[in-house]
Design a protein around this ligand. Sequence first.
Ligand SMILES: [Zn+2]
Length: 432
Amino acid sequence: MPDSAPVLSPPETPAPPRVTGTARHIRLTSHAGGQGAPAIHWAAASPAERGPVIGSTTTRAHRNVIGTHSGSYSVYRALAVAAHALDPHHKPDLTNTAPTDTIGPHPAWSEPGKIVSLDPWGAEIGRHFADGLAAGFDIRPTIAVTKAHVILPEIIEAMQKGRLKADGKVLLPSGGALVTKAAVEPVWHLPGVAARFGCSETELRRVLFEETGGMYPELVTRPDLEVFLPPIGHLTLYIFGKPADLADTSVELTARVHDECNGSDVFGSDICTCRPYLTHAIEECIQGAQRGGVGLCVYYRKEGRALGEVTKFLVYNARKRQEGGDTADQYFARTECVAGVQDMRFQQLMPDVLHWLGIQKIHRLVSMSNMKYDAITGAGIEVGERVNIPDDLIPADARVEIDAKMAAGYFTPGDAPTAEQLRHTKGRGLDA
Ligand SMILES: [Zn+2]
């Protein structure tokens, strides 16, 4: 209870039960209780016209979105409040947190339908929404941009083998590569997301509501709120060279869009090519930046083709225990048996971050995925050369995955494997 609150009870009266927040009743969200919530005009040309995204819970009347900040971490924030470790009314002190590099604005920011899954103005709220902040609105950044050195054993090995050389600017003699990195939280404009997936906004809202167990009632009760902060993972960008060069089509851009695979990316599991592909892309990005170009790796939190790691491990077992063992011809079928689909990454929203960066041309796309290629070119971004993973970087047990993908339409500079060859591409057994 605040110090200034009047004491209404005599000292001997037991203290009221401790409650979270100020209200002791549940505040339903299905009524437009917000007077004074700024309007959001998605894709407006200036931040003033667009309006700030307000997803904080400190002043409910100011909220103009469904959901809250920090993606899936919003649940941990709720736990911190439940544990009385976090004051739910805490407002962030954003002193010195501004981006190290300014991104944009770029024309794509205000082209209708170009960006529907992030807030292009979300990095520099102190500059764009100073008036709103001064008026007491709890506006929070959804994008942060900083600097780092990244040190990877594969890059040090590439230096030892003479493929990479330190230049003191992009790559240090220690093996550290200098990067600008950005974290971007999802901010969905529901009408735009629905259009990308070819469904009606009403249908999208209803399915999001029902398939999350009714997590956000406003999806179906508040059609006036068009922006949703979904409880999903964010994405991270690593930029090698000058961020401003990303938007300059005359500067060679090497880029990879990478979907999370914790088992390989972090722990070095050898059943897939994820980490080798990522480190190969970083090597290509460093080389590109050293040639006077710019490099970009985008890391999307879409673990296990966005099916999640439990499903992924179940599929591994199903693949390796099936009759005949783990063969490339059954690679996609086993995933579909367990998950119902082969893949849930759906690359429809992926190009948004490229538009945020102002990218119009990728000179060298380090990816074999036809789905990523189709999404990028379908979004109007030109792709020059497609760079595949060198054969000697493919782990032995990952041959099943790579052959199956090439046969399914992934890019390969050579011939795709035939159905007969796929039957003979075999992975290790579970006990081997
Ligand atoms: Zn993987």
